[in-house]
Design a protein around this ligand. Structure first.
Ligand code: ADP
Ligand code: MG
Length: 252
C-alpha cells in the first residue's frame, strides 16, 4: 500500500531532554496507525512535529513524498493534514457550527476576497461552507445542537465537535491525540465506529490513544514508543504479545 506519511529518524530535544529519539514509522493510505506508549513516551511531541506545531530537532517528515520542512503551520490543513488536541481547543462562546467552520478557513480562497469578489458570490460560498460543516456535524451526531453554544455542551460532545472541525477540511491524514480521553464506554464505541468509517472513506488516521480496547479493535498497525524511542511495531496481536511492550507498560 502507498505510503502517505513517512517519518524518518525524527528527534526532538527540550533543553537537555530528548523527548523523541530517532523515531521511524510510516502511515499508509487507508489505514489507522496507532501510536501508543506510557505517559511521557513522546506521543504528543510526535503529533506536534507531524502537524507543524513544533519543528523537529533532527530527522525528516514527508507527506505524499514531499518534505514538510518548509511548510508553515497554517498550510497543513490545505495540504491535507488536520488534527485534534489532547486538551480541547474549543471556543465556548461560539456555536457548534461556528466552531466547526473554524476548520474550513484554510479551504476558503482568501485571494477571491482580495480580488473584490461580489457579495452574492461570497454568500454562496458561505452557504456552501455551512452545508459542508452541517454534514460533518450530523456525521458526528451533533445535528441537534449545531446552533448551541459550545460552552453549554458536555465534554464528550466537544470531543466529537473537534473531530467534525478536523474533518471539514477533507484531510488525507487525520491526527488524533487521545480522542477518547474522558469518554464513557458507549461514547468510545461510537467514536471507534466513526474512525473506521473515516478510514474506509479514504482518510488515513494516526491515532494516539490510551484506551487499549479501542486500539486493539480499530488499529490496523501499532507503533509503540517508550521514553522517546520506538520499541515495537506490528499488528495489534503482535503488539499484545510483545515482551518489550508488556515490560514498558508494567514499568519493568
Ligand atoms: P506523551 O504524549 O507520550 O505523554 P509528550 O510528548 O507529551 O508525551 O512528552 C514527552 C516528553 O517531553 C516528556 O518528558 C515531557 O515532559 C517533555 N515535553 C513535552 N513537551 C515539552 C515542552 N514543551 N517543553 C519541555 N518538555 C516537554
Ligand atoms: Mg500526550
Amino acid at each position: 500500500m502507498t505510503t502517505l506519511l513517512d517519518v524518518h529518524k525524527l528527534s526532538r530535544d527540550f533543553g537537555g531532554v530528548r523527548a523523541v529519539n530517532q523515531v521511524d514509522f510510516q502511515v499508509r493510505e487507508g489505514e489507522i496507525l496507532a501510536l501508543i506508549g506510557p505517559n511521557g513516551a513522546g506521543k504528543s511531541t510526535v503529533l506536534n512535529m507531524v502537524s507543524g506545531v513544533i519543528p523537529p530537532s533532527e530527522g525528516e517528515i514527508r507527506f505524499s513524498s514531499q518534505p514538510l520542512t518548509r511548510v508553515q503551520g497554517y498550510e497543513y490543513a490545505g495540504l491535507g493534514i488536520t488534527r485534534t488536541f489532547q486538551n480541547l481547543q474549543t471556543f465556548d462562546d461560539m456555536t457548534v457550527l461556528e466552531n466547526v467552520m473554524v476548520g474550513m478557513h484554510t479551504k476558503t480562497s482568501a485571494s477571491l476576497f482580495s480580488c473584490g469578489m461580489n457579495l452574492a458570490k461570497s454568500r454562496k460560498e458561505e452557504k456552501l461552507m455551512q452545508e459542508q460543516a452541517q454534514t460533518w456535524i450530523a456525521n458526528v451526531g451533533l445535528a441537534e445542537v449545531a446552533s448551541s453554544l459550545a460552552g453549554s455542551l458536555p465534554y464528550g460532545k466537544l470531543r466529537l465537535m473537534e473531530i467534525a472541525r478536523a474533518m471539514v477540511a477533507k484531510p488525507r491524514l487525520l491526527l488524533l491525540d487521545e480522542p477518547a480521553a474522558g469518554l464513557n464506554h458507549t461514547e468510545t464505541a461510537e467514536m471507534s465506529r466513526m474512525f473506521c468509517e473515516i478510514r474506509d472513506n479514504g482518510t488515513a488516521i494516526l491515532l494516539v490513544e490510551h484506551d487499549m480496547d479501542m486500539i486493539m479493535t480499530i488499529a490496523d498497525r501499532i507503533v509503540v514508543l517508550d521514553q522517546g524511542s520506538k520499541i515495537a511495531e506490528g499488528t495489534p496481536r503482535e503488539i499484545q504479545e510483545n515482551p518489550r511492550v508488556i515490560a514498558a507498560y508494567l514499568g519493568a
